[in-house]
Design a protein around this ligand. Structure first.
Ligand code: MLT
Length: 394
């Protein structure tokens, strides 16, 4: 008889954002006509920029003629996009060969899929609070998970510890959910630690485009030694509004060899087996993000979300709530008022002022008592939510 993957029994009943969507849906069913202000899941509200839309249209038209039509695309990405992304890294002082860049259908897919490269009997370190997919994907694989908690005391940026040695280490910077960003010396300590212990860092750089402080690193490969101990997973979702369109990229340096196996070669083998590549149309749209005009337009959109952040932070200042993030990241991480629990605060905001956020506990046990607001909402929702928060909590 077929035996299912019993690791699923170790997962929580439902995934965090699905859980929130269900609670929100139930609220709307009980309160027909309720107007919710959504600062929960980090889904963008601005459309794709003109430069991307133009490229997508042109690519669609190309598909209409036999001479320009594209069928299967190369599994690891179209050379034009791999080259464009490798060139983009030069801005960070990072030199990559195009075949170290793999075009993907988005970071969330890759953060779990990449585990195919590693022995399931191994261990994984998750720095918490953390994007919940790290833990869930590792539970599904049956890997041993070490939870390294962080707190206000370390600015939610803990350093490595000899008590938490694992084969794989997830680092997200700028961080989801706390908005904290590792600086170069702190990231160097993680790189040195990974090298010392033979660990591999899976660096989630999905929010790098939100960094405004020039001294902060956008890529782990800006740190000396990272090529021999890190993989970087990046996304156009938040950078350029591709949450629904789905496009990202993963960097696997050729230097990563263990037990006679090379991770870059293995990922080529994996992708050529498990995918037929990302569509030509999407990859043309993705390449448009990296043109001069594309960069100008996406920066304008990012500034819009940063303005949202300022509106929320001003409201929190007015009611005296402690928070962090919002400056180099699109999330604001705050302390629930009056010692409320994070799900308690979620219910309170939903019931009293119809504002939806994300409970900190959903990102790990040490997130209890904290809460996350996303700055990706519409201006109208953000302004309304900010005003209602002030009225409710002042
Ligand atoms: C979040 O809200 O944490 C993210 O938008 C979820 C995701 O990227 O999958």
């Amino acid at each position: 008889m077929i035996k299912p993957n019993m690791n699923y029994a170790d997962l929580k009943d439902s995934y965090l954002f699905y859980n929130i969507a269900q609670k929100t849906k139930a609220y709307i069913e009980e309160h027909p006509g309720a107007n919710l202000h959504r600062l929960g899941i980090g889904d963008v509200s601005l459309p794709l920029c003109d430069e991307v839309i133009k490229a997508l249209h042109e690519a669609v038209d190309e598909q209409a003629s036999a001479e320009n039509f594209h069928g299967y695309m190369p599994e690891c990405g179209a050379p034009f996009l791999r080259e464009t992304i490798a060139k983009h890294y030069e801005k960070f002082g990072v030199s990559l060969s195009p075949d170290e860049v793999f075009v993907s259908s988005g970071a969330s897919d890759e953060l779990g899929d990449i585990l195919d490269l590693f022995d399931r009997d191994g261990s994984t370190l998750v720095i918490e609070p953390a994007y919940p997919a790290y833990v869930d994907a590792n539970i599904i694989e049956g890997r041993r998970i070490l939870h390294l908690p962080s707190s206000e005391k370390d600015g939610f940026l803990p350093g490595p510890s000899a008590d938490f040695v694992a084969d794989l280490i997830y680092i997200c910077s700028p961080n989801n959910p706390t908005g904290a960003v590792y600086d170069r010396p702190a990231l160097k300590r993680w790189v040195d630690f990974a090298k010392e212990h033979g660990s591999l860092i899976i660096f989630d750089a999905a929010y790098e485009a939100f960094i405004e402080d020039e001294s902060l690193p956008h890529s782990i490969f800006e740190i000396e030694g990272a090529r021999s101990c890190a993989i970087e997973i990046c996304s156009l979702s938040k950078t350029a509004g591709f949450t629904g369109t789905r496009l990202g990229y993963t960097v696997i340096p050729k230097d990563l060899s263990y037990c006679g196996m090379n991770l870059n070669d293995m990922w080529v083998r994996n992708r050529t087996t498990k995918t037929n590549g990302i569509s030509y149309i999407l990859q043309k749209g993705g390449a448009a993000v990296f043109t001069e005009e594309g960069q100008r337009q996406i920066k304008k959109n990012i500034s819009f979300y940063k303005e949202n952040a300022k509106i929320i932070m001003k409201a929190l200042d007015e009611v005296g709530i402690w928070y962090t993030g919002g400056k180099n990241a699109p999330y604001i991480w705050l302390k629930c008022p009056d010692n409320m629990g994070s799900w308690e605060f979620f219910d309170y905001l939903l019931n009293e002022i119809q504002v939806v956020g994300t409970p900190g506990e959903g990102f790990g046990a040490c997130g209890e008592g904290f809460f996350r607001f996303s700055t990706f909402g519409s201006r109208e929702d953000t302004e309304k939510a900010a005003a209602l928060i002030v009225d409710l909590l002042k």
